[in-house]
Design a protein around this ligand. Sequence first.
Ligand SMILES: *[C@@H]1O[C@H](CO)[C@@H](O)[C@H](O)[C@H]1NC(C)=O
Length: 169
Amino acid sequence: MLCWHLLIYLLLGGTAFAVDLVPEYAEAREGSDAELPCSLQRADSLDKVSMVVWHKGNEETALYKYDMKGTSGQHWADPSVGDRYFLRLLDGERALLTISFTKLSDEAIYHCRVDFNRSPTRYTHVNLTVVGEWNSLISSGCFIVTIKDFVPEGTEQTLWLTSLATDKS
Ligand SMILES: *[C@@H]1O[C@H](CO)[C@@H](O)[C@H](O)[C@H]1NC(C)=O
């Protein structure tokens, strides 16, 4: 990774500040919200963001755009994602793309491109992993709770669980 950074740095003649090859990691449960970070850092802190564009994987067309060239920012999302995607600028340094009702098909490497009035364009790559509902139920212990619900209160519960464990061996 260090070598790649160095190579890119040399190729761009020292503007490595605008390039970030290491992807950020984001995880979300299927059906819940995912939050994808995007860096707005630039060399000149007085410089303004003019455009934020999100791409999914290797897709040519943008999935989401936030245009700040006018007086008020304009949000645009591809009809395929409808209103599930929304970008918020948290502070001068960070923006968050929120995906609501995350689907398994949302899992991908996302690329956020930020154009500034003067500073070089900056990219953030985010690796989004979506954990299926089935898996998240298991890890949250929901099945244990369900089994317990069927077992009567008291000592019988212990007996039943013991026999379950014995049956397995
Ligand atoms: C994205 O994350 C997954 C799950 O952790 C990992 O297997 C995969 O290699 C990552 N992809 C990239 C390009 O970093």
